[in-house]
Design a protein around this ligand. Structure first.
Ligand code: 9D3
Length: 261
């Protein structure tokens, strides 16, 4: 996949391309990433990329001409690419959006700064507007890194068998179970016995239960959107039965349990 990020701060990406999975994807030829300096496409002596808004008001707007020049250059280099504008007004980014973008041959990101980009750039060039969430940042560079990071690991071949994207918790709508490594006893806290049992069926069952209970406690909204498997329904029924039993035992032990309350 070809990725070009149009920005007035290309140096922000220098460390991004050279670490972890992103770096490996580049080394293995799955990703060709570059940050393009919008300022290099400004034609005036001072390389100006912003200007005052028509109609007045505070703040500045990104000028259309340097952006259009940069976009045309990148589109010529990668004609199949989708052009994405990072903006607080965009569609909320999700794992599903990441999966859609991972199927593209190329992506061109426009990182806004100041109050935003001239609207005619949006009309003429942009295929989709993306936000990474409802909070205010100072520009689109970190959001573009977030999107590239989430997309790159979904490109076939980028993740080995070790941590396959198919096993992602968000791919099946549950949070992940807790993880443990050595030592078995860390400052008095022990690893659950079942994980040391070597019983793979029991371990798989524990992991599913742990994922379900964690999702129920931390992100109940994820369960509402989701279709349970038969195995999960069996687990939920078992909990329901255990809670019923607990209530029965409790009420049977109360001093007034024979008085009909
Ligand atoms: C003072 C300016 N704002 C009025 C509330 C508008 C505004 C413009 C530009 C606010 C933030 C920004 C810079 N942010 C981004 O470019 C951005 C962003 C974000 O702030 N939050 C979540 N996702 C994104 S994607 C791009």
């Amino acid at each position: 996949m070809d990725v070009a990020v149009l920005t007035i701060f290309p140096e922000m990406f220098d460390r991004f391309w050279t670490h972890g999975i992103v770096r490996r994807a580049i080394e293995q030829g799955h990703l060709n990433g570059s940050a393009v300096d919008i300022r290099a496409f400004a034609e005036d002596r001072h390389k100006v990329t912003d200007d005052r808004p028509y109609g007045g008001g505070c703040g500045m707007v990104m000028k259309p001409e340097p952006l259009a020049k940069a976009l045309r250059a990148e589109r010529e280099r990668m004609p199949e690419a989708a052009t994405l504008l990072m903006t607080p007004q965009g569609r909320p980014f999700s794992q599903q959006t990441a999966a859609e973008l991972a199927g593209r041959q190329g992506l061109i990101f426009i990182c806004g700064r100041y109050e935003g980009v001239d609207e005619r750039i949006v009309q003429q060039f942009v295929d989709a507007e993306i936000s990474i969430g409802d909070y205010v940042l100072t520009g689109g560079e970190l959001p573009a890194m977030v999107v590239v990071d989430a997309v790159v690991r979904l490109i076939p071949g980028v993740l080995g068998g070790l941590d396959s994207a198919a096993n992602d918790s968000f791919a099946d709508g549950l949070l992940e179970h807790a993880h443990y490594t050595r030592p078995r006893d860390f400052e008095g806290r022990e690893v659950p016995d079942v994980l040391l049992s070597g019983n793979h069926a029991a371990i798989a069952q524990w992991r599913l239960e742990a994922a379900l209970v964690r999702t129920f406690l931390k992100r109940p909204d994820l369960l509402e959107k989701r279709e349970f498997t038969a195995q999960e329904i069996a687990i939920l029924k078992k909990w329901s039965q255990e809670l019923e039993n607990l209530i029965q035992v409790q009420s049977a032990c109360r001093p007034d349990s024979l008085s009909g309350h």
